[in-house]
Design a protein around this ligand. Structure first.
Ligand code: MLT
Ligand code: MN
Ligand code: ZN
Length: 306
């Protein structure tokens, strides 16, 4: 399969429009060696296929499509390589790009869980609004471990895993998480048998999650924060990482420790990186610590074969 990282930043992107933290100010002025990033989304297609699945529809999706030629195969007057959109959660950074895909002649194929469909119909009624444009053809992501495939992309086998994280702030059950608010996905290429575990929002690694990570050839997981108190410490907000459903990388029980337990051959990548995270600075000691652990930091337009 071919994986294209369309966006690698967390909600707000990098630099964030109103932020003058060290990273955001530094990338604007060129005093910090870092790459700007759009909000998190990946596109995956099987080998030999132009069509694939868009995982998350970021509000930056139009810019992402413009800068990735593979998203527009131009086989007919109106065309797209996006056979379906699959949502990992219902958060603004992953779902509001659906508005930008409204100029279609037929309903947009959309895969999501029941709580995400409910949140996008009630709390943030994106799907109700879209029904006045192209509409969506909504299909349910099974949460019981059953594999499924997206119409038009028979080369990929998908399997979802409910994760411990958080529903969106607008969700009526923000503080009472239910299975399906956030998922991880194992994407397997049927012909090669190779697989990617993708989980841009991951609050805790439970045994089933570790199992899915250890069974994959590559993992692309939550890289939002370096420390639990990153935002309060910088004075940019009061929320702690774990409180909003993101496992920090450093410290006891952090993502680095979990990744170190994976088989030696597993490719390790972080995505959904918040603008405050010191790993964005390519000259930082935190970035060097990741390099020593052979953990890559995703950047926009990065593409690889698996
Ligand atoms: C998150 O991943 O926690 C959210 O995307 C945050 C946000 O919407 O700003
Ligand atoms: Mn997010
Ligand atoms: Zn910032």
């Amino acid at each position: 399969m071919r994986v294209t990282v369309l966006g690698s930043a967390a909600g707000g992107g990098f630099p964030q429009w109103n932020c003058n933290c060290r990273n955001c100010a530094g990338v604007r002025t060129g005093t910090v060696r870092a790459k700007p990033r759009t909000q998190s989304s990946i596109f995956v297609r099987p080998d030999g296929s132009a069509d694939g699945v868009l995982f998350n529809a970021s509000p930056d999706v139009l810019e992402q499509i413009r800068s990735s030629a593979v998203l527009q195969p131009a086989r007919q007057l109106r065309d797209t390589a996006i056979a379906a959109v699959l949502l990992m959660d219902g958060q603004i950074d992953h779902a509001t790009g659906l508005f930008m895909l409204r100029e279609r002649g037929s309903p947009l194929p959309l895969w999501c869980t029941a709580p995400v469909e409910e949140d996008l119909t009630q709390g943030n009624p994106v799907l109700r609004v879209l029904s006045h444009y192209c509409g969506v053809a909504c299909q349910r992501i099974p949460l019981d471990g059953t594999s499924f495939e997206v119409a038009g992309v028979p080369g990929l086998r998908l399997r979802a895993l409910p994760l411990s994280s958080k529903a969106a702030p607008y969700s009526p059950h923000r503080d009472q998480p239910v299975p399906g608010d956030n998922i991880g996905i194992t994407i397997t290429d049927r012909s090669s048998g190779r697989s990617l575990f993708y989980a841009p929002g991951l609050g805790a690694v439970d045994p089933a999650t570790f199992d899915a990570m250890a069974s994959a050839d590559a993992v692309m997981v939550d890289g939002t924060f370096w420390t639990d108190d990153e935002m309060p410490r910088l004075g940019v907000g009061s929320k702690r990482a774990r409180e909003i459903g993101h496992l920090p990388q450093s410290g006891p029980g952090g993502m680095i420790e979990w990744l170190a337990r994976l088989p030696a051959h597993t490719r390790r990548m972080l995505i959904h990186i918040n603008n405050t995270n010191p790993i964005l600075d390519e000259d930082s000691p935190e970035r060097a610590a990741l390099a020593r652990e052979r953990i890559a930091v995703c950047e926009d337009a990065m593409e690889f074969q698996l």
